[in-house]
Design a protein around this ligand. Structure first.
Ligand SMILES: Cc1cc2nc3c(=O)[nH]c(=O)nc-3n(C[C@H](O)[C@H](O)[C@H](O)COP(=O)(O)OP(=O)(O)OC[C@H]3O[C@@H](n4cnc5c(N)ncnc54)[C@H](O)[C@@H]3O)c2cc1C
Length: 492
């Protein structure tokens, strides 16, 4: 396992393929510091005696102790632990912990490459390639991001029907030594601070769409790609220093006729398994949200409760009601993820066949509960902002800037007129509101909200997964029996 310092040393050695606001920047550019700081926590936690049991696992391929973010879930308990470590770490930053995309994509590809290798027309030994990559991923303690979302161009057209075929990443040339791919993947979180990028399709595919059924891994600084980076973090402070600096990064990744050698290819042309890889990454990722969303709710509950205390309204009935709504959403999301872990099996849902065994035995969360939890908590994010806005009042919207709060001519006046609660020192109140603003009214707020809503798929995708996999017919049977209606004919 690596330390935070070793991870950062690794970033320093990378080639420069990051573009930010008209500049080419390197990995350790100071504007990336806050996002690297968040990722660093995933290394610290694996060494900290207080958390190492939760953050480490035993590799099922080498038997070595590895970071749990690089582990392939071998049983239900592994999934419980992934959920809990995600909640634990997300509480430290009040939001995304950034390292879940890699573990979620790795677990999907572990199963998909295994099944795809059995295909009679398999282009290469997908699972053997995968296991070699996985061993390096685990032993070198690498950070991976997952590039799933395509540009998608004309939304109502399939990949093969697009006016511009490059709207979905696809193979443009097959060579004896590998494939050449073209297209772009967008909104790819942490790609600018990861070591590797796992690439997989973003939708179900059908015959004729073989060129789009591709899964592979490339180094994040690979010469065949350009990353157009979007960095978002909190406003730097000089006096009212935060307990922790947080920041985030998402990239457009352009594959401009990028060559990928066969040994890094885990699927190429098997449309059924391409669709399953999309579904499985989304499923593992929605399960991860059952850790980070409750943690974000933990933070939001704290923000709402402290705002109410500073405003002196904590005993008001409407505040209690609003707090209870936040608690219900967070804990229901957690409970759904917990159940998804408890009911996990090495099985996937196949339309027409129901749940079928899939992969070499790694555990896959229950899809209904993972989707229910993700959808419930994802759709609530804007309402949470409304609750915070309700309790805070207008104060955070026009809060003075730090240099006015510390200016000798205005400091004492602002401290007098900002003071809402004589029992709480004004310095504490100011620190609180600045942090409240970071979460709810800063340059990174919108991006975080959109990510919390759309990440892992928009709510409509979760609703489709739920309604297509849920046994609605059996619910009609309940009504038929109670109403004394004729039972549904038994399936032969
Ligand atoms: C901050 C952030 C971080 C992210 N991180 C990652 C990441 O690390 N990796 C990754 O792969 N992705 C990532 N994503 C992408 C995320 O998974 C997508 O945003 C999500 O899947 C929705 O896709 P979209 O943005 O293209 O929206 P769209 O699919 O364009 O959705 C817009 C609207 O169009 C509707 N729509 C779309 N297609 C159809 C259709 N065929 N018929 C009818 N209606 C349709 C949708 O339901 C929705 O209402 C991230 C997104 C954000 C915002």
């Amino acid at each position: 396992m690596r330390t935070r310092a070793q991870y950062i040393e690794g970033l320093a050695k990378k080639n420069n393929n990051l573009y930010f606001n008209g500049e080419k920047i390197n990995r350790l550019d100071e504007r990336q510091e806050a996002t690297i700081n968040v990722m660093g926590l995933s290394f610290d936690a694996a060494w900290d005696p207080a958390s190492k049991d939760l953050f480490t696992a035993t590799s099922h391929i080498t038997g070595e102790t590895i970071n749990r973010f690089n582990h392939i879930h071998q049983n239900c308990d592994d999934l419980h632990k992934k959920q809990d470590m995600t909640r634990f770490l997300s509480q430290k930053v009040g939001g995304c912990i950034q390292r879940c995309m890699g573990v979620d994509a790795a677990n999907a590809l572990h199963a998909v490459s295994y099944e795809a290798q059995k295909s009679p027309n398999a282009k290469t030994a997908y699972h053997d390639n995968w296991l070699k990559w996985l061993e390096r991923f685990q032993t070198e303690d690498l950070v991976a991001s997952c590039a799933q979302t395509d540009i998608k161009g004309e939304r109502l057209k399939r990949p093969s029907e697009q006016t511009d075929p490059d709207m979905y990443l696809h193979v443009v040339e097959e060579r004896s030594d590998g494939i050449v791919v073209r297209g772009a993947k967008v909104h790819i979180s942490e790609a600018s601070i990861s070591d590797e990028i796992l690439v997989l399709p973003c939708r179900a595919l059908k015959k004729g769409e073989e060129a789009y059924a591709i899964c592979f891994a490339i180094p994040s600084d690979y010469e065949g790609i350009k990353q157009i980076v979007h960095l978002h973090g909190t406003r730097k402070r000089e006096h009212y220093i935060r307990g922790i600096d947080t920041g985030y990064t998402d990239s457009y990744i352009i594959f401009d006729d990028c060559f990928v050698p066969w040994e890094r290819v885990f699927l190429c042309g098997e449309t059924l398994h391409g669709g399953i890889s999309a579904l499985l990454f989304a499923l593992f990722h929605r399960h991860s949200y059952s850790g980070c969303k409750p943690a974000t709710l933990d933070y939001v509950i704290g923000l709402a409760a402290l705002a109410a205390e500073i405003n002196g309204i904590e005993k008001s009935p409407h505040v209690r009601e609003l707090l209870s709504k936040l608690i219900m959403t967070g804990e229901l999301g957690y409970a759904a993820g917990f159940t998804a872990s408890s009911l996990a099996k090495p099985e996937v849902y196949m339309p027409g066949s129901g749940l079928v065994p899939y992969g070499p035995g790694n555990y896959i969360p229950n899809s209904i509960y993972a989707n229910v939890g993700r959808c419930l908590t994802g759709e609530a994010v804007f309402h949470e902002q409304e609750i915070l806005c309700n309790i805070a009042g207008g104060l955070p919207a026009t809060f003075p800037f730090e240099k006015d709060l510390t200016h000798p001519e205005t400091k004492h006046l602002l401290e007098k007129y900002l003071n809402r609660n004589p029992k709480i020192p004004i310095e504490e109140q100011i620190k609180f509101w600045l942090t409240f603003i970071d979460f709810g009214l800063s340059g990174s707020t919108g991006t975080a909200q959109y990510g919390a809503y759309h990440g892992g798929g928009s709510p409509i995708m979760e609703q489709i997964a739920i309604t297509s996999q849920y046994d609605i017919e059996s619910k009609k049977d309940i009504v038929r029996a109670i109403a004394g209606m004729t039972p549904r004919p038994k399936k032969k």
